[in-house]
Every structure is written in C-alpha cells, then in structure tokens.
Write a protein that binds this ligand. Structure first.
Ligand code: THU
Length: 140
C-alpha cells in the first residue's frame, strides 16, 4: 500500500508538539515520560502525555490521552491522519518508543489509514497503523 503523504514539515510540527507535552507527563513510577500528538483530517493537532497511577493498571498512555482529548473537545467524528510519539527515560531523551498494543487498537479505531512516527530500536521510523496492527478489530 502507498504511504499516506504527510509532509516533513507536518511531521516535525507533530514531533515538536509531542516533545512539548511530554514535559507534562505524570510518570513517578516508571520515570518514562511519553508525549504524543495526532493530526486530524481537518488539520488540527491534539497532544497528550502519559498519566500514571499508584494503581498501576489505571495508567493512561500518551497516545490515548491525545486521542481522548481530541474527542472530548470536538466529538468523535475525527479521522486521525498521523500520530507522533516521543519518549524520555530518567536521564535520556529521545528513547525508542512505539505505541503499545492497546494504543494501536485505539489509533486504528479513529485512523485506520494513519501513519505513525516514532523512534524504533534503530532510529526514527514511520509505519502505517495497519503494519503495526495487522487485522485490527472493528465492529463496523
Ligand atoms: N507509555 C505510553 O505512554 N505510550 C506507549 O506507547 C508506551 C508506554 C507509558 C505508559 C507508562 O506510563 C510508561 O510509558 C511506562 O510503561
């Protein structure tokens, strides 16, 4: 399948937005801060960070925070065109972080053709959500 066109300027804009919101992460347990930004088909950008909890399972990832804030603001009629994810450990910035399995499914729900920018084990990567999540689940 052809890669959807997202300009390098747009990619950089999303990455900048993800880096900025990453600073707001609440990650006292993992010390792993994550920032994510999504681009909608209308050209809007929404950002989110991870929010951990003493009851670990209640943690919300950055990607889902970004998507849920977009929906909270403008409703569920959005299409996600692109997602950028950045992460930092306790001492090191720009560490590898691809979206977790749960977030892949949530990205797919609102962006079945989305492209995801993230840092892989060997450096910056760009993948279609359908490559990260083959056979994503859909009810409709
Ligand atoms: N995390 C995210 O926010 N996004 C991901 O794609 C991977 C993991 C967060 C959850 C938790 O707060 C921390 O990273 C360590 O798992």
């Amino acid at each position: 399948m052809q890669k959807p066109k997202v300009s390098s300027a747009t990619r950089e804009r999303l990455l900048r937005s993800a880096r900025k919101v990453m600073k707001n992460a609440y990650a006292p347990f993992s010390h792993f801060k994550v920032g994510a930004a999504i681009l909608t088909s209308k050209g809007q950008v929404f950002a989110g960070c991870n929010v951990e909890n003493s009851s670990y399972g209640m943690t919300n990832c950055a990607e889902r925070t970004a998507i849920f804030s977009a929906i909270a603001k403008d409703g569920p009629e959005l299409e996600i065109r692109a997602v950028a994810v950045v992460a930092a450990g306790e001492k090191d910035h720009g560490v590898p972080c691809a979206p977790c399995g749960a977030c892949r499914q949530v990205i797919y729900e609102f962006g079945p053709r989305a492209v995801v920018f993230y840092k892989g084990a060997k450096g910056p990567k760009q993948s279609l959500i359908t490559d990260l999540l083959p056979e994503g689940f859909r009810l409709k």
